[in-house]
Design a protein around this ligand. Structure first.
Ligand SMILES: [Cu+2]
Length: 126
C-alpha cells in the first residue's frame, strides 16, 4: 500500500514537472519570437509607400509600423493575410511571419485619389 502511494506521488510529481517544462518552453519560445521580430517603418503618401520594396526573410517575424503623411490610406498584403487602415497622426502596425519565398505585392485599399490604383509595393522574401 505504502509503496503504491509513493509510486503515485512520484508519478504525479514527474507529470507536474513535465507539464511545467512544456509551459516554460512555450513561454520561452514566444518571448524569443517577439525578440526576433524585425521592425520596419513604412510611410505612405499619395500615391506611394516609402520604402515600396521591403526585404524580408522567410520564417523571421516582422512588424511593419505604418504612418501616412497626407490622408487615410490602406495597407493590404493579401498573400500574408494582413491589412490595416493608416490614418494621419496615428501609427498602425501589422505583424506577420513570411512563410514563403518570392515577391508579393501589397497595395493601398482605401481610395485616396486618382493615383490610388497605382499605389503598390513589393515584399521580397528570401
Ligand atoms: Cu489609396
Amino acid at each position: 500500500m505504502n509503496i503504491n502511494r509513493e509510486r503515485r506521488g512520484i508519478l504525479i510529481g514527474a507529470m507536474k514537472l513535465g507539464v511545467g517544462s512544456i509551459f516554460a518552453s512555450n513561454i520561452k519560445n514566444v518571448a524569443l519570437a517577439q525578440e526576433k521580430a524585425v521592425m520596419i517603418k513604412v510611410v505612405a503618401s499619395r500615391f506611394t509607400y516609402a520604402p515600396n520594396r521591403i526585404m524580408l526573410k522567410r520564417g523571421v517575424p516582422v512588424v511593419l509600423t505604418l504612418s501616412t503623411l497626407d490622408m487615410p490610406m490602406g495597407f493590404n498584403a493579401p498573400d500574408f493575410g494582413v491589412r490595416t487602415d493608416i490614418f494621419p497622426g496615428k501609427e498602425s502596425s501589422v505583424r506577420f511571419t513570411p512563410d514563403k519565398v518570392g515577391e508579393f505585392v501589397f497595395h493601398c485599399d482605401l481610395f485616396c485619389g486618382s493615383g490610388h490604383e497605382d499605389m503598390t509595393g513589393v515584399l521580397v522574401v528570401t
